[in-house]
Design a protein around this ligand. Structure first.
Ligand code: CUA
Length: 174
């Protein structure tokens, strides 16, 4: 998908450059366009507004809902997360299916990386754990199971041992 988008972009850039080159090669003298070609001038005005309105509509419909804050207003509760060499301290390790959890992540020593994984070892969300800062990341738990938190930033000799578990249990209301 990304390769296709890149190829289309490159082709369109090429077409645009060719248009510019063609116009440049034919523009020895400057003449006001609305005098020599009133039809083309009107067409250009229409195209201008078409691009503005069409571009805005495409941007709004494809960027909505804003993925980075999709759950901001739906947070069920938060879990405090403290990282340290070499373990995680969580204020809760039990979650019910359907809950939107806001993880408030900080570190007591060096930088760590908070990475939440599901049972298939897929990375779901991640954020930096930094001393002196509390970084927030939200996740909507839709499936029961054992989730894992792994450290994503090399933080010393036992970095690989920074693992914590979150148990997600079915919610009878869902
Ligand atoms: Cu903590 Cu790597």
């Amino acid at each position: 998908m990304q390769n296709l988008a890149l190829q289309i972009t490159l082709i369109l850039i090429g077409v645009l450059l060719a248009c510019f080159a063609w116009v440049l090669s034919r523009s020895r003298t400057s003449v006001a366009i609305d005098q020599i070609a009133p039809k083309a001038y009107r067409l250009r005005s229409k195209l201008f507004w078409l691009v503005i309105v069409g571009g805005s509509l495409i941007a709004i419909t494809t960027l909505y809902p804003w993925p980075h804050d999709a759950y901001a207003s739906k947070v069920s509760r938060h879990i405090d997360v403290k990282a340290r060499q070499w373990s995680w301290e969580l204020s809760s390790q039990e979650v019910k299916v359907g809950e939107v959890i806001e993880f408030r992540v900080t570190s007591e020593d060096v930088n760590h990386g908070f990475g939440l994984y599901n049972e298939s070892k897929q990375l779901l969300v991640q954020i930096q754990a930094m001393p002196g800062f509390t970084n927030k990341v939200r996740y909507h738990f839709e499936h029961p199971g054992k989730y894992e938190i792994l450290c994503l930033e090399y933080c010393g000799v036992a970095h690989h041992g920074m693992v914590a578990e979150i148990t997600v249990t079915p919610n009878i209301l869902h």
